[in-house]
Design a binder for this molecule. Structure first.
Ligand SMILES: Nc1ncnc2c1ncn2[C@@H]1O[C@H](COP(=O)(O)OP(=O)(O)OP(=O)(O)O)[C@@H](O)[C@H]1O
Length: 285
């Protein structure tokens, strides 16, 4: 049994324009301690599959088929206390936009203390400062006193990592945590995430656009296209010899040393031009 088992998962969102099918039969299994990157163009369903692991879909979304099992438990069947326990004891999320997900009215120290107390841990100033030191924040006492809007992007990301890792999660889901950061800060934050996971043995599911970093940090990569995993395998072989045409076009479109001599055009555009009509992922509008 794998730690994460996602089978034929279908997720739909209700919108004023109709139903959007964000996952259309996605399958992914991950073992304890694995580091898996999920790559794919914007809108392919990466964030949706990440949030589905904790049944944390936005209110207008829901499972419309398939299953998500974490440690053998079907998360779709859990009641509220069961879901809370799963999220508290097993899952850690590093959000795409940490400043937006931190409580703007509460100082960093207060937010960290809430998480630590919830776990029954030591929420003294010294213990909280220690958590910030672990994510290499140089002046933790000062940062504990700040409000989220007083943090730089890199600092907020470190705080988000500290909050996620305080739970010592068995599964860490990181949604492109470095998108808004400059290149040096990005590298440092990535190093931090993967080293922290290494220390605790957490499985990492990393939703990413950055193939260079994927090649550096993840042994396995899964490629998403229109709500499905279309290719999944060892990073080196997927990046060097992609089998699926979508992966080939994704690699070609990346401004990266991994660039292949393939035509630079997204797969969606390629299919649309072949079909002679615009691509549209919506159903039942
Ligand atoms: N709350 C929502 N309401 C309606 N549609 C949504 C919602 N969240 C996601 N979607 C739609 O579901 C599809 C998949 O979105 P998702 O955010 O999972 O993709 P993604 O690959 O993570 O994109 P990005 O790389 O831009 O974060 C898209 O068509 C998106 O518009």
């Amino acid at each position: 049994m794998s730690l994460i088992e996602i089978d034929d998962l279908v997720v739909e969102f209700r919108t004023p324009r109709g139903t959007v099918r964000a996952l259309a039969g996605a399958t992914l299994h991950a073992s304890a301690g694995e580091r898996i990157a999920i790559v794919g163009e914007s809108g392919s369903g990466k964030s949706t599959i990440g949030t589905a692991i904790g049944a944390l879909l936005p209110a207008n979304g829901g499972f419309a088929g398939g299953t998500v099992r974490v440690d053998g438990v079907d998360v779709g069947t859990l009641d509220r206390p069961g879901l809370r326990r799963l999220r508290r004891e097993t899952l850690g999320f590093i959000p795409q936009d940490p400043i937006a997900t931190l409580n703007p009215t509460m100082r960093v120290g207060g937010q960290l203390a809430l998480v630590v107390r919830d776990l029954g841990g030591d929420a003294s100033r010294a213990a909280l400062a220690q958590l910030l030191e672990e994510v290499q924040i140089a002046d933790p006492a000062d940062v504990l006193r700040r409000f989220p809007h007083q943090l730089s992007g890199g600092m907020a990301q470190r705080v988000a990592i500290a909050i996620a890792m305080a739970r010592r999660p068995r599964i860490l889901i990181a949604d492109e945590p470095t998108a808004a950061l400059d290149a040096n800060v990005r590298r440092e934050v990535l190093k931090l995430v993967f080293e922290a996971a290494e220390q605790t043995g957490a499985t990492v599911v990393w939703l990413s656009h950055d193939l260079d970093a994927v090649a550096k940090w993840c042994r396995r990569v899964a490629v998403m296209y229109r709500g499905r995993i279309v290719e999944d395998g060892p990073t080196a072989s997927v990046l060097e010899a992609p089998e699926h045409p979508y992966t080939q076009s994704l690699l070609a479109a990346m401004p990266s040393r991994l660039r292949r001599g393939v035509e630079v055009r997204t797969y969606t555009e390629m299919l649309a031009s072949q079909a002679g009509e615009p691509d549209d992922a919506e159903v039942g509008a």
